[in-house]
Design a protein around this ligand. Structure first.
Ligand code: CP3
Length: 353
């Protein structure tokens, strides 16, 4: 294996090279939410599907929107088009996406509510998503890796308990304090369902998995350990058992310095760094860990564009040179992003600064 990682033959797909120990001169790049409303072709397919969840459950259309950003930008990885709330939906909790408002769910706040969910019923919808993966396996260029994903149990639970997105996840945090055993039952169900969901994605062809823990940052250390680290480690262990060669990236958004502990305790193969992670943490804090670092350009700088965008990209590339690194944003692309700024970003990263 070349010291500077010119030799990607071992993995075929450049995206996977860092997981095989290679630090590439030009890091692989993909962007969270790379399929989405900033692309006119996404908006057209979304209109054809009508409803967001219908888009997620129509393999032909879900595969099409997964491919759209690959055709435009040639990212090193595609991410399956689905949503983290597909899991509660498949379990039988009513999930709707209200135009301009985001997700709405019939909140679950007790053992009785939990008893209404049915893990057996989830299989049918998971199979539809697996069909999208199988299509993508056929349609993606050979050099493009396919990332499967799920939401982390904690983050998915915050939506299930609150019934919608929220600034501070109050209802889930209160349930966890007042009735930890009851809340544990919800988390356990999500751990089991997430393992099943990810396993199906890998069996259908996913090359890598990411666990999105968007609200990991709302918990103090003891609660973080129980609800973020523990369940993530269970999922990571189960996937390693089932599919030893499939890397798992964790994205504990807002974890701050605790992200280092998260890595060592969960055993994830990659760590997604959020926008607020200082560059020296990205470049140094994970040195003792056997982990690939991913991140962390501000999605709003991608909206702003211009020379400031190029400068920051160069700074990140300089800092991460010689490291096992994947270029990404610190959170998802926002809808007002000009598509030409994404092209500018990809060109800058590929130029290697
Ligand atoms: O990254 C990709 O391109 C793949 C698909 C993907 C979507 N959501 C599509 C989507 C992925 C990986 C997600 C993850 C997701 N979904 C997260 C974790 C990452 C994060 O952003 O923190 C969360 C918390 C959700 C839940 C969710 N889905 C919310 C809160 C919303 C509404 C807000 C919004 O951006 O509209 C969604 C809807 C959603 N998921 C859209 C897309 C493209 C927009 C739906 C539309 O077309 O109207």
């Amino acid at each position: 294996m070349g010291e500077r990682g010119q030799d990607v033959a071992a993995s075929q797909k450049r995206f996977l090279a860092p997981f095989h120990g290679e630090a590439l001169d030009v890091p692989p790049i993909w962007l969270m939410r790379q399929a989405g409303r900033y692309l006119p072709e996404y908006r057209a397919t979304r209109a054809e599907a009508g409803d967001f969840l219908t888009l997620c459950y129509t393999p032909k259309l879900a595969a099409e929107v997964t491919l759209q950003p690959i055709r435009r930008y040639g990212f090193d990885a595609a991410i399956l088009f689905s949503d983290i709330l597909v899991v509660p939906d498949a379990l039988g909790q009513g999930v709707r996406f209200v135009e301009g408002e985001g997700p709405r769910l019939d909140p679950i706040r007790s053992a009785e509510g939990l008893a209404q969910l049915d893990a057996g019923a989830a299989v049918a919808k998971f199979d539809i998503v697996a069909e999208t993966v199988a299509r993508l396996k056929q349609d993606l260029p050979r050099e493009t890796a396919l990332i499967g994903f799920c939401g982390a149990p904690w983050t998915v639970a915050t939506y299930m308990v609150q019934g919608q997105g929220s600034a501070d996840q109050t209802e889930a945090r209160l349930w966890a304090y007042r009735d930890p055993e009851g809340f544990q039952a919800l988390i356990d169900l999500l751990v089991a369902s997430s393992i099943d969901y990810l396993d199906r994605q890998v069996r259908a062809g996913a090359d890598c998995l990411q666990i999105f823990d968007s609200w990991a940052g709302s918990l103090p250390d003891d609660e973080f350990d129980r609800w973020v680290v523990g369940p993530t480690r269970e999922i990571r262990d189960a996937i390693r058992e089932l599919h030893p060669s499939i890397p798992v990236i964790g994205f504990p958004r807002g974890a701050g310095p605790t992200a280092v502990w998260y890595v060592s305790e969960t055993g994830v193969d990659g760590i997604g760094c959020d926008t607020a992670t200082p560059p020296f943490i990205m470049s140094e804090a994970f040195d003792e860990e056997d982990v690939v670092v991913q991140g962390n350009l501000d999605p709003l700088l991608l909206v702003a564009g211009g020379s400031r965008l190029d400068e920051r990209v160069d700074e990140i590339l300089d800092l991460m040179r010689g490291k096992r690194f994947i270029f990404n944003l610190g959170h998802g692309i926002v809808p007002q992003t000009p598509p030409e700024n994404v092209a500018q970003l990809v060109a800058r990263v590929r130029a290697g600064a």
